[in-house]
Design a protein around this ligand. Sequence first.
Ligand code: A3P
Length: 293
Amino acid sequence: MPKAVEDNETDKLDPKWGEPSSMHDPYILSQFEARPTDVLITTAPKAGTTWMQQILYQLRSGGDDSFNAIDEVIPWLERPRQGRTSRDLLLEYEAIPDPRVFKTHCTYTQTPGVTVVRIILSSRDPRDCCVSFYHHVMDMTDEARERVGAPAPQSFDEYFEKWMSFGAWYRNVQSWWPYHSDPNVLWLRYEDMKNDLPHVIERILRFLGWSLTVEQRIRVLEYCSFPWMKANAHKFTRLSDMQRPIFKPGGFIRKGQIGDYKTLLSISQEKAIFDRARETLEPSCLEFLGIPL
Ligand code: A3P
């Protein structure tokens, strides 16, 4: 059983678990008891996290469309929930039958059981992640914006500066790259998923040692397709703890295209994104991601 988080323990936590925020509970990370059957999906924001949640849920269930919300069946590991303590969440996680699958945006250092669990990464062209996140920010409801104190950016340029200085894409990719060929890590690219999903699904099944019947495979491919997910977008949105929508409909399943950055990024913004990638990532990583050296 996981150890309960006591108030007087919280200030003793190793800083490696990160700073607490409305999306990050370091106490959960520090106390989570990982199992070898666990699968953690880890991504930079907008790199296809929700798609990967759906793929993993469908592979685990053999194709099921009866779930209400993807976050209920594939929980976001480190996300605090109002009205539930860290301990409540740890107990809920403990009760999930194997194989458990969680989503996380943690770096390598913050990920619990990183050498025990199986890790599936999804990365995506940072230019597309940047533009996708802009729409994500703009899709927030006024009510949610007011509640979390996040006013809408006045312009794309203002947003762009914030995206660059926040740096989540760089932090995520940089922290995981040294482990990309570890035997318990499978690194996938959004672009490969777009171009040949059946092949990517085969790779995931082989990696996890899971299998599907022919009928299940057909169902899985249908439920993981963009049109199916778009038509069922209510299953993939995020609700507040009071069950109020945080985003306007359709935000998480928006356009699903490669190269949508062209609609908003200027040439100099594209250059700034790639320059920073060249400053922070190893050449082998740039090559893997298709970023010119
Ligand atoms: P766009 O905003 O470019 O459309 P995340 O889940 O990490 O927040 O990522 C969201 C992005 O993944 C969105 O990108 C969304 O449309 C895309 N996406 C979600 N499901 C998809 C699918 N089945 N096929 C292709 N793209 C998908």
